[in-house]
Design a protein around this ligand. Structure first.
Ligand code: GDP
Ligand code: MG
Length: 739
């Protein structure tokens, strides 16, 4: 019998050597780096799995408390802590001579923007499943996000210690609900006491973990001839068969040896790595984070099957040796101020270096740190492929692309255009999209769908609160802050209740201001129904000087420009005499009136203000002109009336075919628009549907009830849409808090 024992001592030695080499303060060897995210449905075991990885990698000395109890609060606390401590946003550890940068990716819909940003920074992800639940609602969401970023994945089926865990069901869920090609690298085995061990398909070994030392050591034992071995051999053959259909190198060997038994393990792994990278298959591993089973093999699999940075993001080649870095997160540190987390895609970032963001700001990196669990280790330079924390960047915003200089940026753009020009012949739309995204001056920020007022505890802390909000907005551009001049309140716009809640608790913990939030309301927008034109003349005496403005404005439906001049022959002479400064004042005043529509105070959109003529009396102050322009727009809006636009969510619901009619019946009561119903796997169907946000409060639990827990769904905001007048009236009542 062959026996190998793995002890953690070796790992500690590795770590020590790695730290020694790191004292030279330069990091490179990008083929040995893995930037990964870990995604899961709430409660699948993301926290526990991460904690175990850090423990076995020697980053933490003791296993953290595993919290139980109310899952929502568990999630809330966890989310509240996120961003406050840097360790939960990015953490680095070494494993078998590789460096793994694990980036936190919040799973909640309220943080879509953040997840998006961190997915730009990773090269692969681990998706954790709860072995007793299979593919759940949020699993579908994170899966489609990973799809969008074309990320290779590993599956970790967790909680396999539990008697009700069902590995086979998880695998069939993966096929049916996610339409993937799962390849099982392991199968669970339990002894008579129910203790979990793992049969390894490639090595034909049984792996069992020692509980005495919290699973630090484990044993690999070759299976003796038995039914178990025969079954496992069959699985191994199936694996080779499947992979040889996808990988030529493996296929050649199989054909020439005419047998599966002689296929070398290394060869299988290499074929699997290629197929995983190309997202043709998804390797499935299993274990129990809580019972310390399987985690080391999961980390091995990260190194073996997930791609190194240099194998991805070829689009950034256009930067050559210049710096290209993606800002995926900004956190606020009490001592160090704002810290910017950057994934370096090309080149090298050094301490003291000047960087510019694509939006044009130049800033100096005062210090560089690497993200270790609970400390900041200063480094002098970090190279392409790695993740680094930069101090000193004060105007950088999450989502920015950083590079060394304006000329570096111009050259990169030129080179990219050339290479795309060549490939445009191949009609590669995907690549064009990517390039647009790459150089996008404004990262795509989702529209706020909810808003609420925010109030400081006293007037004296108003300024401090505004400062705090400004900083928080840099970290999270999906947070909108505005000032309502009618009510005199500061208003927050965002993605949901949890989003606002976290903002509130962060202002308290990081800025020591105990703000009050008003009730959460749906962010309706307003638009005009038909064009209207009016003249407003105002005359007043202010402090002895006469103020006099007469202005004619028109509102028309238009998506593009907010403000234009009516250059018809009768107006042109008047407009031609206007000073550019006055034009700016008029523009600013009238546009400001679009911030708040007359009906529910929603932003007025798809509406253009057209200036026909204006006459301003001598000595009239600019502020008076501005106010009159705003007043004139308000008059027009109330004259013509507005229609409401409501936020719409797009949902993808996957459920067994026999549940579909019940789900559809409920959706029809929610003013939903069914776009499509598609078959998904053998037994499931997928409903693609748009529904108003107003009708979706508590929908995920309603869906759970209707489908007896068999349905899963993903939901994201997808724009605004007009409503009928009955629904409009309801919305008005709702916005006055009367419903
Ligand atoms: P997260 O929401 O995905 O971060 O999940 P957590 O790691 O917080 O785990 C949620 C709950 O599941 C906690 O009560 C954990 O103790 C429990 N849990 C996590 N992993 C396992 C496991 O492997 N087996 C069992 N039985 N429970 C687990
Ligand atoms: Mg958790």
């Amino acid at each position: 019998m062959l026996k190998y024992a793995f002890q953690c001592g070796a790992i500690h030695t590795n770590m020590y050597l790695w730290h020694l080499s790191n004292q030279i303060c330069k990091r490179s060897y990008s083929s040995k780096i893995r930037n990964i995210g870990i995604l899961a449905h709430i409660d699948a075991g993301k926290t526990t799995t991460t904690e175990r990885m850090l423990f076995y990698a020697g980053k933490t000395r003791a296993l953290g408390e595993v919290h139980r109890g109310n899952t929502v609060t568990d999630y809330l606390t966890q989310e509240r802590e996120r961003g406050i401590t840097i360790c939960s946003s990015a953490v680095t550890f070494s494993w078998n001579d590789h460096r793994i940068n694990l980036l936190d990716t919040p799973g909640h819909i309220d943080f879509t923007m953040e997840v998006e940003q961190s997915l730009y920074a990773v090269d692969g992800v681990i998706v954790v499943l709860d072995g007793t639940a299979g593919v759940e609602a949020q699993t579908v969401t994170v899966w489609s996000q990973a799809d969008k970023h074309k990320l290779p994945r590993l599956i970790f089926v967790n909680k396999m210690d539990r008697p009700d865990a069902d590995f086979e069901k998880c695998v069939s869920d993966l096929k049916d609900k996610l339409e993937t090609q799962p390849v099982c690298l392991q199968y669970p085995v339990k002894d008579e006491d129910g203790v979990l061990a793992i049969n390894d398909v490639i090595t034909l070994e049984r792996i069992s973990w020692q509980q005495k030392d919290l699973g630090r050591s484990y044993e690999n034992v070759k299976l003796e001839p038995s039914d178990d071995l025969r079954q496992l051999q069959e699985k191994r053959n199936e694996l080779i068969d499947k992979l040889s259909g996808l990988d030529d190198e493996l296929a050649d060997v199989v054909i020439s040896t005419e047998s599966f038994d002689n296929v070398d393990n290394g060869l299988i792994q290499r074929a699997l790595r290629r197929a995983t990278s190309q997202q043709k298959v998804v390797p499935v591993l299993l274990g129990s984070a809580y019972k310390n089973v399987g985690i080391q093999r999961l980390m091995d699999a990260v190194n073996t099957y997930l791609p190194a940075p240099e194998e991805r993001n070829q689009i950034y080649d256009c930067f050559g040796t210049e710096v290209a870095g993606k800002v995926f997160k900004i956190v606020h540190d009490k001592q160090r101020g704002p810290l910017t987390l950057v994934r370096i895609l090309r080149g090298e970032i050094k301490r003291g270096m000047r960087l510019i963001s694509v939006r044009g700001q130049a800033e100096v990196v005062s210090k560089l740190y690497e993200p270790l669990a609970d400390e900041y280790r200063e480094v002098s330079a970090v190279q392409s492929g790695d993740v680094v924390i930069c101090a000193g960047l004060k105007s950088t915003v999450t989502g920015d692309l950083l590079t060394s200089s304006h000329s570096a940026l111009k050259n990169a753009q030129k080179r990219l255009k050339q290479s795309l020009g060549a490939s445009a012949l191949k009609e590669d739309d995907d690549e064009l999209d990517e390039s647009n995204e790459l150089f996008a001056i404004d990262p795509q920020i989702p529209d706020a769908v909810y808003f609420c007022s925010i109030e400081p505890p006293s007037v004296s802390s108003q300024t401090a609160m505004e400062q705090a909000l400004k900083q928080l907005q840099r970290e999270d551009p999906s947070l909108r802050v505005s000032y309502d001049s009618v009510t005199g309140q500061t208003v927050l716009g965002g993605m949901g209740e949890l989003h606002m809640d976290i903002i509130k608790s962060r202002i308290l913990s990081e800025y020591k201001i105990d703000v009050d939030l008003g009730p959460l309301q749906i962010a309706y927008k307003e638009t005009i129904d038909s064009p209207s034109l009016t003249t407003l003349s105002v005359e007043k005496e202010i402090a002895g000087s006469k103020q006099n403005v007469s202005i004619t404005l028109e509102l028309v439906k238009n998506q593009n420009e907010l403000f234009s001049l009516d250059k018809s022959p009768e107006n042109l002479p008047n407009l031609n005499t206007l000073r550019p400064r006055i034009l700016q004042v008029l523009r600013k005043g009238s546009i400001s009136a679009l911030e708040r529509g007359p009906r529910v105070g929603g932003q007025v959109v798809e509406t253009q203000i057209r200036l026909h003529s204006v006459n301003i009396g001598r000595g009239t102050a600019d502020s008076f002109v501005m106010a009159t322009a705003a007043q004139c727009v308000q008059k027009l809006l109330s004259m013509s009336g507005t229609r409401l636009l409501e936020p719409i969510m797009s949902l993808q619901i996957v459920a067994p075919s026999e549940r579909i009619s019940g789900i559809m019946a409920d959706l029809s009561r929610r003013r939903a628009l069914i776009n499509d119903v598609l078959p998904k796997g053998d037994r499931n169907k997928m409903i693609l549907v748009n529904a108003p946000l107003a009708e979706l409060s508590g929908y995920s639990s309603a869906l759970r009830t209707i489908s007896s827990g068999t349905a899963s769904m993903t939901m994201q905001p997808c724009g605004f849409s007009s409503m009928n007048s009955a629904d409009e009236s309801l919305a008005e009542l709702r916005s006055q808090g009367l419903e």
